[in-house]
Design a protein around this ligand. Structure first.
Ligand code: 2DT
Length: 212
């Protein structure tokens, strides 16, 4: 089945506005890949389980205040502290599905008014995704889904700005999927994209680094 000792896993990232369906679709993709007997784990950023993650969590739930630069760097540090484990997993053949990554980091902080190049700088050298699936939803439609939990950033005006910055970050590894399609259609498209990506990585596509 093409799976040999040296084959690595794929780094698959899901991005999109709040309420675009990332979390639902990543867990469905996880079950699917498990069913296909592909070694796979589901990760998410921020990873709230670490010390840095707890500072981020407290900020997001409005229990603490930090200036925009500081929280930006904490989000980045939260990815850096997982980088070596990420590399180990990928090299040992485990595919990672990651719910939010550096693109969220840059889009959300830029939407606050921070310089986009400044925002990208601390992400340089993190592992580059093999596939970024952008769940594309108009900010109004996302807001109409309800369920904004009252965390910082969960406001229509702000999400509009985030959407604009996501568009700027759009590059060749991105695949946009219409997040307003029926859940099953999105799921099917994601399976196809993920399987293609896993195959390419198994065949020896090298791991690369972000924005260098
Ligand atoms: P969820 O845990 O519900 O996805 O919300 N964010 C996320 C940033 O501002 N920078 C980042 O680097 C990342 C990963 C997006 C997390 C919130 O934190 C924002 C929504």
């Amino acid at each position: 089945n093409g799976h040999h000792a040296s084959s690595r896993g794929a780094l698959i990232v899901l991005e999109g506005l709040d309420r675009s369906g990332k979390t639902l679709q990543s867990s469905r993709l996880l079950s699917y890949l498990e069913g296909e007997r592909i070694p796979v784990e589901l990760w998410r950023f921020p990873d709230r389980s670490t010390c840095v993650g707890q500072m981020i969590s407290s900020y997001l739930s409005n229990k603490s205040e930090l200036d925009d630069q500081t929280i930006h760097l904490l989000f980045s540090a939260n990815r850096w502290e997982k980088r070596s484990l990420m590399e180990t997993k990928l090299r040992s053949g485990t595919t990672l599905i990651v719910d939010r990554y550096s693109y969220s980091g840059v889009a959300f902080s830029s939407a606050k008014g921070l310089n986009i190049e400044w925002c990208k700088a601390p992400e340089m050298g993190l592992l580059a995704p093999d596939l970024v699936v952008y769940l594309d939803i108009p900010p109004e439609k996302a807001a109409a889904r309800g369920g904004y939990g009252g965390e910082r950033y969960e406001q229509l005006e702000f999400q509009r700005k985030v959407a604009q910055y996501y568009q700027i970050l759009h590059d060749a590894t991105w695949k946009s999927v219409d997040a307003c399609l029926p859940i099953e259609d999105i799921e099917k498209r994601l399976r196809e994209l993920a399987m293609d990506c896993v195959t390419t990585c198994h065949k020896g596509k090298p791991l690369s680094q972000l924005w260098l």
